[in-house]
Design a protein around this ligand. Structure first.
Ligand code: ATP
Ligand code: MG
Length: 227
């Protein structure tokens, strides 16, 4: 039996008083790669935020990597986020320290202490995104695509059960988007589960996978047609 990492049942998502998505039903299993598409303002980021605990789920049921999104308390959120890898459109690297410094910061903040293990883990994740030789650089010394690969490496540090990527290629040119996508495909092939919000249809066509669409306050699966 494959393992469920995410399950929503009739989950209704609000931003303040306004309903963004109504009665969402969705399940993800270990190893899945799922796209979340929909036009601007359709609710992709709100959906993601609900999953990483930035928006409270008040209606319906939801569980993610063994956390109950409805009954979860504020103090549980950091523990949920340790089991997730989150990647944003704007890479959110700390500008005042090197790549190694950025990754070390996250490991230390999540309880890693031994110097050698920290160094090994940083080498391993940088290798996964083909950035092993760039650890000494500062974020501003890297291209956008390279910075996003570092952000993906950072998301991998604590061996997440699920990676949530909200428009990870949104700030990149088409060629660089493909390079970042290749990295995401690679880590998915190595067993990582990924939910990716995007409005890049070229990527969807090039790397077809299960696709959910947000439209008119609903989320439904779309069947991709071969063009
Ligand atoms: N912090 C917020 N407070 C109130 N309303 C918000 C907030 N963030 C988003 N919304 C509203 O919720 C709806 C969904 O927005 P959301 O950001 O989830 O869309 P999206 O699909 O991610 O769009 P985009 O493609 O532009 O990123 C929109 O109507 C938006 O105006
Ligand atoms: Mg968004």
């Amino acid at each position: 039996m494959s393992e469920t990492v995410l399950e929503l049942r009739d989950a209704t998502i609000y931003q303040g008083d306004s309903m963004v998505l109504s009665k969402v039903n969705f399940e993800m299993k270990k190893g899945d790669f799922v796209y979340l598409i929909g036009k601007t303002g359709s609710g992709k980021s709100s959906f993601m935020k609900t999953l990483y605990g930035d928006l409270q789920l008040t209606e319906g049921e939801g569980s993610i990597v063994d956390f109950n999104l409805k009954t979860m308390k504020e103090k549980d959120i950091p523990f949920l986020r340790r089991k997730l890898g989150i990647v944003f459109q704007d890479f959110k690297l700390l500008p005042d320290r090197t790549i190694n410094g950025n990754l070390e910061f996250v490991l230390k903040a999540t309880g890693w202490k031994e110097k050698d293990r920290i160094k090994d883990r940083i080498d391993t994740v940088l290798d996964k995104v083909a950035m092993k030789t760039k650890g000494f650089k500062y974020p501003h010394e890297l291209s956008g695509g390279e910075q996003q690969r570092i952000a993906i490496a950072r998301a991998l540090l604590n061996d997440p059960e699920l990676i949530l990527a909200d428009e990870p290629t949104g700030n990149l040119d088409p060629q660089t988007s493909v390079e970042v996508m290749e990295v995401l495909q690679d880590i998915n092939k190595n067993g990582n589960t990924i939910l990716m919000a995007t409005h890049d249809y070229a990527l969807l066509l090039k790397y077809p996978s299960k696709t959910l669409k947000c439209d008119e306050n609903k989320v439904f699966e779309v069947v991709q047609r071969k063009s």
